[in-house]
Design a protein around this ligand. Structure first.
Ligand code: ZN
Ligand code: ZN
Length: 800
């Protein structure tokens, strides 16, 4: 290093989630180590710094500031410029400007870091076995923040005065707890207790040991976590899992399991490379993976070949799992469809009849967040999936999009090399990180999302803040969570919406809420929102061929859509083609009872009557004629082009399931039935000069044909999946011919099905299409709000 060269000075600006994540002490120690003088500080735009010293040292600083940034930092951009040297020695941290932090970003909650874990397990440490240990690099964030700026008085740690030793750490720039707002210790911080359902304390020594005993006894334990209460049972005990199911009124929907560590997770499931990275990363989602036989009680995930597993993310989880020394069911603390309980009094009221004991504490949760759920994909299906690189290179040329990628790139860079993450539910550990978009929103937007798996989105400038998972907007408690969440996000990020975007479905509570506001309105068709969401997720403007396959959404013509090929950009769309509409006999009843869709599809596939002897007909003989006639006459049988309903029909035909107990259950189980090694496929006919029409009934005819000659169900299920991929390919090929487009966006809940997504992507890429998939928001209705927001922004820009 040539230290004789004349010193240089640079002004550096870092934007992104760079406050409250230890960025200033990091810059301080980096600059000090490199022998640089200058200062670092926070302002409303992020972190600013000036560094002065030998050119090589300054250059190294600029590289390291990005490369070695603290784990919770999410850097959007680093900009530097040369300025006059001033030869003032020393490096300092400048005080924050008061009131300047409203646009500063609050980071998501993060799993306990390795340093804190080491302290937790060190008998010599003053925080030995202290369940609230945290530092600048880890711990609660979003769930404890009540207001901005992100300072202790604005968090639920406000009531805990720091002791002298904690205060010393908090104020020491060289300490790894410098400005860690939730810093605390056994002397000054929150305390754990084990309580009976009536709230009275259990007379025990160590609450963790006593809680572990409750679990080992096969009883149900409520555990206060980061974003709410969980209900826990020993995952190996059939009786305990069954009791929890009965008390929670949850029939089939799988429970998630927490394993003590990665090695333990491998005993429960086949853990791929990508899954392992997700399991051990700071976000700690529930990762859905193929389960090993008999690893946990059957009642944990009845009839399911997958199991959702997560690893401990709080110090309390570590202590509890260590004490139990085995996998523990950890499911949302609620009764069936209510939101997860997060306030202590609510939890004791709601969960009294379910939990035998409560492991709780006195640090309140300010906002509820459920565990996030992801699927991992090792990119086995093919090239393009694993790297996402096509999109990347094109976007970087666009310049602006660079920031969007950088943001997504945090998750991306860890994962894109060999695999990818597919979000099913985006909540704890991810929220409130914004999605950075290519174009500024001319006016702040509130997007209200859809009905099921609701999220909302508040957007301003070039950022879209997609909310945590709110849930199904079907009851008062969820609706309250929705409206309170909107107010909270508005306050935290300083966004007062002037435009509200909403789904066209007039009966959605989110739509009614939107139309009651005194704001400019922007109605967005459901499937257009899906495709726009995928575009925003990829930092791409379109136009594209958008394939939106889902359960149902309100169509622009007032009928139910769900198997759509759209030519879409952010501002608008045209319906290029769709699945042939089929009646849904009984309306909503047809969604709950897939056998009704089998009846409707068999009618369409065999106008003169289906082959005799089909099991689905025998099982439902009593109601078959009535339902078929309902479909024929079109009475209480709305037409729908939904792809989800086609999956339902085939699931019932293959005797997977006649009725469902949770949304999408039949399709989930059909995917699991399919033999992944099978490559044969069924074909559906494509007709029509205007919008083309794909006859889904053709697949049903093929399924029925093979069924009647005794082909095994796993083979038929696989050929059906491949048939869906083939019809996506056919539709896209036709749309490409007519509209001269070569990029396809895949969105909608059907693409949670990895088999369909893999096979469709492989076929499309083999044809030379570039394929856009989701990575930052779910492809299901949880991603709708982002799509609505960017559509509103695009229309606002066009109107100016
Ligand atoms: Zn830590
Ligand atoms: Zn302390």
């Amino acid at each position: 290093m040539n230290s004789d060269a004349a010193p240089v000075r640079k002004a550096v600006r870092v934007t992104g989630t760079v406050q409250g994540v230890g960025f200033r002490p990091f810059v301080y120690s980096l600059a000090t180590r490199l022998g640089l003088s200058g200062f670092v500080g926070n302002d409303s735009a992020g972190v600013f710094a000036e560094v002065e010293g030998a050119p090589a040292a300054v250059a190294e600083f600029l590289v390291a500031v990005e490369r070695d940034a603290p784990p919770l930092a999410r850097i959007d951009a680093i900009v530097s410029k040369d300025i006059q040297t001033n030869e003032i020695p020393g490096f300092t941290i400048a005080p924050s400007e008061p009131g300047a932090q409203r646009t500063a970003l609050i980071s998501a909650d993060s799993a306990m870091c390795a340093d804190c874990l080491a302290e937790l397990l060190d008998p010599g440490d003053r925080r030995y076995r202290y369940p609230f240990i945290n530092c600048t690099n880890c711990g609660p964030r979003f769930t404890i923040v009540a207001d901005v700026p992100y300072d202790r008085p604005n968090t639920t740690m406000a009531g805990f005065a720091m002791c002298e030793r904690c205060a010393a750490e908090y104020h020491d720039p060289a300490d790894r707890r410098f400005h860690a707002q939730p810093v605390c210790c056994p002397a000054c911080g929150p305390r754990l207790s084990l309580r009976y359902p009536d709230g009275s304390p259990a007379e025990t020594g160590d609450p963790v040991a006593a809680a572990a005993a409750v679990l080992r006894d096969g009883r149900v334990l409520a555990v206060k976590g980061l974003g709410g209460y969980h209900l826990a049972v020993d995952a190996r005990r059939e009786d305990a899992a069954a009791a929890l199911r009965a008390r929670k009124h949850r029939e089939d929907k799988p429970f998630a399991v927490m394993a003590t560590g990665l090695a333990a997770a491998r005993q429960l499931c086949e853990v791929g490379e990508t899954a392992a990275r997700l399991l051990t990363g700071p976000r700690r989602p529930i990762v859905l993976m193929p389960r090993r036989p008999r690893a946990v009680a059957a009642a944990v995930a009845p009839g399911n070949r997958q199991l959702g597993v997560m690893l401990p993310y709080t110090p309390l989880h570590h202590l509890l799992l260590e004490a139990v020394a085995g996998p523990v069911v950890l499911t949302s603390g609620n009764v069936s469809d209510e939101p997860i309980a997060y306030r202590d009094d609510d939890a004791f009221t709601q969960l009294r009849g379910i939990a035998d004991a409560f492991l709780t504490h006195d640090r309140s949760i300010h906002i509820r967040t459920d565990d996030s759920v992801v699927r991992a994909w090792d990119g086995a299906a093919g090239s393009g999936l694993a790297d996402g690189g096509v999109a990347g290179s094109e976007l970087t040329e666009g310049g602006v999009a660079g920031s969007g990628l950088a943001e997504g790139g945090v998750a991306g860079s860890e994962l894109t090399e060999r695999g990818r993450e597919m979000l099913i539910r985006r909540s704890r550990g991810y929220v409130p990180e914004p999605v950075t978009v290519r174009h500024q929103f001319p006016r702040p937007v509130l997007a209200c999302g859809a009905e099921l798996k609701n999220t909302f989105c508040l957007a301003k400038d070039d950022r879209a803040f997609v909310s945590h998972h709110i849930g199904d907007l079907e009851n008062a408690a969820t609706l309250r969570s929705f409206t309170e969440g909107i107010e909270h996000f508005g306050r935290l990020f300083g966004i007062e919406p002037q435009v509200v975007a909403y789904d066209l479905h007039p009966e959605y509570l989110s739509t009614k809420y939107a139309l009651d506001l005194d704001l400019d309105t922007c109605g967005v068709q459901h499937h257009h929102a899906h495709i726009a969401s995928c575009l925003a997720d990829n930092g791409y403007d379109g136009p594209v061929i958008g394939v939106a396959f889902d359960g149902t959404g309100f169509g622009a013509d007032g009928t139910l859509w769900g198997g759509e090929f759209l030519i879409a950009d952010l501002a608008g769309f045209e319906r290029a083609g769709h699945l042939a509409p089929v009646p849904m006999p009984g309306g909503a009843a047809a969604i709950r009872q897939p056998w009704r869709m089998a009846a409707a599809y068999l009618r369409a596939a065999f106008p003169s009557g289906p082959p005799s002897g089909l099991d689905v007909v025998k099982r439902n003989e009593r109601n078959w004629a009535a339902v078929t006639s309902m479909a024929d006459r079109g009475v209480n049988a709305p037409l729908s082009s939904s792809a989800g309903r086609l999956f339902d029909a085939v699931a019932a035909l293959l005797s997977v399931r006649d009725t469902i107990n949770y949304e999408g259950q039949a399709a989930v189980e059909l995917e699991q039935l399919a033999d992944p090694g099978e490559t044969g496929s069924y074909r559906a006919e494509v007709t029509g000069q205007g919008p083309f029409i794909i006859e889904g009934a053709g697949l049903v005819r093929a399924v029925t044909g093979e069924l009647t000659v005794g082909a095994p169900a796993p083979l038929i299920a696989a050929r059906f999946h491949n048939g869906i991929a083939a019809l996506i390919e056919d539709g896209c090929a036709l749309a490409a011919e007519r509209h001269a487009l070569d990029t396809v966006a895949l969105s909608g809940g059907v693409f949670q099905n990895l088999l369909v997504t893999e096979r469709a992507t492989a076929r499309l890429e083999a044809r030379g299409f570039r394929v856009l998939l989701h990575s930052r928001v779910p492809c299901n209705d949880g991603g709708i709000s982002l799509g609505q927001a960017v559509v509103a922004g695009a229309r606002d820009r066009a109107a100016r």
